[in-house]
Ligand binder design. Structure first.
Ligand SMILES: Cc1cc2nc3c(=O)[nH]c(=O)nc-3n(C[C@H](O)[C@H](O)[C@H](O)COP(=O)(O)OP(=O)(O)OC[C@H]3O[C@@H](n4cnc5c(N)ncnc54)[C@H](O)[C@@H]3O)c2cc1C
Ligand code: FES
Length: 309
């Protein structure tokens, strides 16, 4: 659908809020807490969590941080997109729901990863779920407003760029003191999610109680082309950075299961017979990683990899 920009305002030096609506003022599709939109911005598709109230159908709000460097998505939103402009939008989609009524919920947000919690924390409050929020940010990005979240207990950690970790969230200490029946909701950079996931796993947290959405890129500019041998299909693929191994398999007509395509669900898991892999998922256990990988995000560092597919 095509939406128009009703309003755009700065929340911090690096973050803007954009209000979108239908040109004819009609009602927008409903969404649930945790949902996001897919926007076509600057010729690229980029996802942004909805930060307006789910019951509000007259407009959508999104909250966008300038990525540095940016290949164009957030830079376009900050520098080019203006009030009155039209934007192509798909969705809402939701891969990060607030599930059921856990006895306790711990929300952990890294930087702009606070955005899905603008809808999820009020959903927890409405469901009567006791909860706390740990919000980690940097002075260079600034603090997003948290008063509308209605969080009962809020802990904020603000550090300067490159500063020693004195004001950093201590994930081990936090999880040690958290009740084991709590559900963990984590959003932010992949590294942070990975740390929470591995500490939770070490402390014996049930996998089903850990929920994460990753905003960060899965590729890095240091990635090199890779040769992928698919044992069961007897096919060898050359895959260039920028295309995931999963995508290369699908493009070649090889059947593969998948869902999120962001390393969050494990649906695309394949066994690895040979090769060294840089694991970029946020869902596999240490044991699963020793035996396989998520080809939607992970990338071999060995130049070649043999997988059972
Ligand atoms: C479900 C979901 C919800 C999201 N919600 C929000 C939200 O509410 N607000 C928000 O601000 N963002 C959100 N994001 C992130 C957003 O979709 C974009 O990824 C973000 O705006 C960056 O896009 P970009 O084009 O500006 O930067 P990109 O060019 O995609 O760069 C982002 C980072 O990738 C790295 N990079 C740059 N070039 C390369 C390269 N050639 N190869 C590999 N890595 C590179 C750099 O570290 C760079 O800073 C969400 C993402 C998801 C998946
Ligand atoms: S498709 Fe979800 S982890 Fe790969």
């Amino acid at each position: 659908m095509t939406l128009v920009v009703l309003d755009k305002r700065a929340l911090t030096r690096e973050v803007v809020q954009v209000r979108l609506a239908r040109e004819d003022g009609g009602a927008l599709p409903a969404f649930e807490a945790g949902a996001h939109l897919e926007l076509r911005v600057g010729g690229l598709t980029r996802r942004y969590s909805l930060t307006s109230t789910p019951g509000e159908r007259s407009h959508y709000d999104i909250t966008v941080q300038r990525a540095a460097p940016s290949r164009g998505g957030s830079a376009f939103v900050h520098d080019t997109l203006g009030v009155g402009d039209a934007v192509d939008v798909d969705g809402p989609f939701n891969t990060f729901r607030f599930i059921g009524r856990p006895p306790y919920a711990v929300f952990i947000a890294g930087g702009i990863g606070l955005t899905p919690f603008y809808t999820m924390i009020p959903a927890a409050a409405d469901a009567g779920v006791a909860h706390e929020l740990h919000y980690v940010t940097r002075t260079s990005i600034g603090r997003l407003p948290i008063d509308t979240l209605r969080a009962t207990r809020v802990f904020t950690y603000v550090s300067r760029e490159g500063e020693a970790d004195a004001r950093r969230l201590d994930i081990v200490a936090l999880l040690r003191q958290t009740r084991r029946d709590a559900h963990l909701y984590v959003c932010g950079p992949r590294r942070m999610i990975e740390e929470v996931r591995s500490v939770a796993e070490r402390l014996g947290w049930p996998k089903a109680s850990m929920h994460a959405e990753s905003f960060g890129p899965s590729a890095t500019s240091g990635d090199r082309p890779v040769t992928v041998h698919l044992e069961a299909s007897a096919v060898t693929l050359q895959v260039a950075p920028g295309t995931s191994i999963l995508q290369a398999m699908l493009d070649h007509g090889i059947w593969a299961s998948y869902a999120c395509r962001r390393g969050e669900c494990g649906s695309c898991y394949v066994e690895v017979a040979d090769g060294i892999v840089d694991h970029r998922d946020v869902c596999l256990s240490a044991a699963e990683r020793r035996a396989g990988m998520c080809p939607c995000v992970s990338w071999p560092t060995s130049g070649a990899v043999t997988i059972h597919a």
